[in-house]
Design a protein around this ligand. Structure first.
Ligand SMILES: Nc1nc2c(ncn2[C@@H]2O[C@H](COP(=O)(O)OP(=O)(O)OP(=O)(O)O)[C@@H](O)[C@H]2O)c(=O)[nH]1
Ligand SMILES: [Mg+2]
Length: 365
């Protein structure tokens, strides 16, 4: 399974427009609020220049890129946690995602009404941030009550620990602090996993811009301010880019550069997601296919083998590794082998970004 990314924001912020742009989808976009009710799900291939080069060198029967799945949900409004708008129950769909994109409307268009009437990115951001916190608070409160009652009945260190941890989370959430800003040990994080809190996930803000100078200036100011608190704000021109949907990723890039836009929305979002989630890409190559896969930076060879198949992790013997750059320098796998670029690695080898790996393992009986 590849990465999953959830898209949230106010109604008419341009969430579905962004979703369509990212996934080349056809979900309905409309100039009225709450046009999305049921979530849109779409899968997209991760743009990967190295994979193309590898495919050229290795000529595999099949090339399989890494994928990202995007989930676009209904608009959240102020008071959603109290049932305003479409409420907040639909957020359950994004509780399992790895990363959240929060779309903020910077574009101006009289024909597209704004639920708060004016275009005000900072205010909109506060509304959505708060609604996400309130949604987590609701869950944390319910769970804390249950665990507290249980802790009274059963004397168990683990249950006691969980009660304290939930109480700590509650205290932060009540002060309006998202859980990603709460210092937590790896064990605490593990304990909180089943609760699927949204505010514990990395979040990226997306400024939905139009081509006007004013919109760009506001963006630059907002980005600077947000960077001071460690938040990331990406510039995306959803509508403009969406109009270029029939062009390839490269052609779009060239066109956007004429507008001083450096990168496509998809490429920006994926790069940022990989960076925030601390992911690298490695490649596997066998008789059937050449495949790109994402992996947590710092993972060892057996863990990477586990990404291919759990049997490969269990029966792991060794990994034959060649780095992308070395293979390119050698020009072919055969020459790379002759030049000694191919190296055999054991259980302790840390997979590097750009490694091409072939695993040797004992199949289960
Ligand atoms: N002018 C302009 N219009 C845009 C832009 N992005 C989106 N829109 C328009 O804004 C309207 C709402 O866009 P959607 O993508 O449906 O917004 P949404 O956030 O999914 O809205 P809900 O599903 O109702 O919550 C549509 O008419 C879009 O064409 C933009 O950058 N500029
Ligand atoms: Mg929508």
């Amino acid at each position: 399974m590849g990465l999953q990314v959830g898209i949230v924001g106010l109604p008419n912020a341009g969430k579905t427009t962004l979703f369509n742009l990212l996934t080349r989808g056809q979900a309905e976009v409309a100039g009225y609020s709450f046009s999305t009710i049921d979530p849109n799900l779409g899968m997209v291939e991760v743009p990967d220049e190295r994979l193309k080069v590898l495919a050229h060198i290795l000529s595999p029967p099949q090339v399989v890129p890494a994928t990202v799945e995007f989930v676009d949900v209904a608009g959240l409004v102020k008071g959603a946690s109290r049932g305003e708008g479409l409420g907040n129950q639909f957020l359950s769909v994004i509780r399992s995602v790895d990363l959240v994109l929060e779309v903020i409307r910077f574009f101006r268009d009289e024909r597209v009404p704004h639920v708060m009437e004016t275009v005000d990115p900072q205010r909109d951001r506060e509304i959505i941030d708060l609604e996400l916190i309130l949604s987590d608070l609701e869950i944390a409160e319910k769970r804390w009550e249950k665990v507290r009652d249980l802790a009274k009945k059963v004397k168990d260190e683990r249950i006691k620990g969980e009660e304290e941890l939930l109480a700590k989370c509650l205290a932060f959430l009540r002060q309006g602090v998202p859980l990603r800003r709460v210092p937590l040990t790896p064990e605490e994080r593990e304990m909180l996993k089943p609760y699927q809190f949204i505010t514990i996930k990395p979040l990226v803000y997306v400024a939905n811009l139009d081509e006007r100078e004013e919109s760009k200036e506001r963006f630059v100011d907002a980005q600077r301010e947000m960077a001071q608190e460690g938040a990331v704000l990406l510039p995306v021109f959803s509508r403009l880019e969406e109009e270029l949907r029939d062009f390839s990723e490269e052609e779009r890039k060239v066109f956007l550069q004429e507008f001083d836009i450096e990168d496509t929305g998809l490429s920006l979002v994926v790069k940022t997601a990989y960076h925030l989630l601390n992911l690298i890409t490695f490649y596997t190559f066998g008789d059937k296919e050449l495949r790109a896969r994402e992996l947590l930076r710092g993972s060892k060879a057996p863990q990477a083998a586990g990404k291919v198949h759990s049997d490969m992790e269990k029966g792991f013997i060794k990994a034959e590794v060649i780095h992308f750059a070395d293979l390119v320098a050698a020009g072919s796998l055969e020459k790379a082998r002759q030049s000694g670029y191919l190296h055999q690695e054991g259980r302790d080898y840390e997979i590097q970004d750009g490694d091409l790996v072939h695993f040797r393992f004992v199949p289960p009986h």
